[in-house]
Design a protein. Structure first.
Length: 318
């Protein structure tokens, strides 16, 4: 089927050759291009960390995640655990990073929103590599413009709904702003892995980390599926959802989080959801060890693409 469309085929055929430890570093070795006509999925980085409230460094996250993805690219012929090659099913391109002027952080929202609007207007689904978590706010603005209020599937240590004045650049309050602006449908939204206290849920369903640890993985998956249902969903994965043992390279680590195995197992169970976009954020490589955090983030993005590929195969078979 893919071979019948030359626009899509040019993405599917392109994989950088050479050794795993050498060569150009695009995500999963996909084609670096801003000509995304025909692409199903477009990868882009948002190298911004001026909204962090503790340790900076997530502006280098997109670079680190791409570098950590090269071994996944080597193994992608039969991607685990899917047993398919996702980039043969889907045409995936790496657009590169959003161009930001660090001297004008106040322009961040409008710049990222315009960038996201351009990419999703092509018809492709956008997979974003952060950057601190504030970048999700302008991404939600662009996605809500196209899809209406989205269900937020939010993996994190923090609720990110602390009081917000509508102006500040803060990676801990932007989801309250998104709710107030009608960008998300909180009745269909769920926060997973939380281990920070908040007096108010603001309508979100919260599955905190102790609950994830206490119940079965399938119970967590089913809870998420029941809440989100078939509503257009946006996945945002703050890497500090993982325990610092599995993600030391982040700005605001919190003990007691999910393991990589738990998080990936839950994510792999969400293939029925109607995802319209995704980001993985808060990778700060200066605090990482042996690329532990970057590898986890790259695998999360890889597995998300795997879910999309499986869903496409299933839909095409109907």
């Amino acid at each position: 089927m893919n071979q019948q469309n030359p626009k899509r085929q040019r993405f599917i055929e392109h994989v950088q050759g050479g050794n795993t430890f050498a060569g150009e570093l695009s995500f999963l070795r996909r084609k670096y291009t801003q000509d995304i006509d025909g692409a199903d999925v477009v990868i882009s980085g948002i190298p911004f960390d001026s909204a962090t409230t503790f340790r900076p460094g997530a502006r280098l996250g997109p670079q680190a995640i791409r570098a950590a993805s090269v071994q996944l690219a080597e193994l992608i012929g039969r991607a685990f655990p899917f047993g398919i090659n996702p980039v043969e099913v889907l045409a995936v391109a790496d657009y590169g990073d959003c161009l930001l002027d660090s001297g004008y952080p106040q322009h961040l929202v409008e710049t990222v929103e315009a960038h996201a609007r351009l990419l999703i207007s092509s018809g492709a689904l956008m997979v974003t590599l952060g950057g601190d978590h504030f970048v999700t706010y302008p991404l939600l603005r662009a996605h809500a413009e196209k899809y209406g209020p989205v269900a937020l599937v939010h993996f994190d240590a923090h609720v990110d709904t602390w009081e917000d004045d509508g102006k500040r650049l803060d990676h801990g309050s932007m989801f309250l702003r998104a709710k107030r602006e009608g960008l998300i449908d909180v009745s269909r939204s769920v926060q997973i892995g939380i281990r920070s206290f908040s007096d108010e849920s603001h309508g979100f369903t919260v599955i905190d980390a102790p609950t994830v640890h206490q119940q079965s993985q399938q119970e967590t998956i089913q809870h998420i599926l029941d809440i989100v249902s078939d509503h257009p969903a946006y996945l945002t994965f703050d890497i500090d959802c993982l325990d610092p043992a599995f993600a030391p390279g982040t700005g605001t680590p919190v003990a007691g989080g999910l393991s990589s195995a738990q998080a990936l197992g839950i994510l792999r169970g969400l293939g029925k959801l109607n995802f319209v976009g995704m980001d993985v954020v808060e990778v700060a490589p200066a605090y990482d060890h042996a690329e532990i955090t970057a590898i986890a983030a790259a695998t999360i993005a890889h597995d998300f693409i795997g879910l999309l590929a499986l869903k496409k195969l299933q839909d095409d078979a109907i």
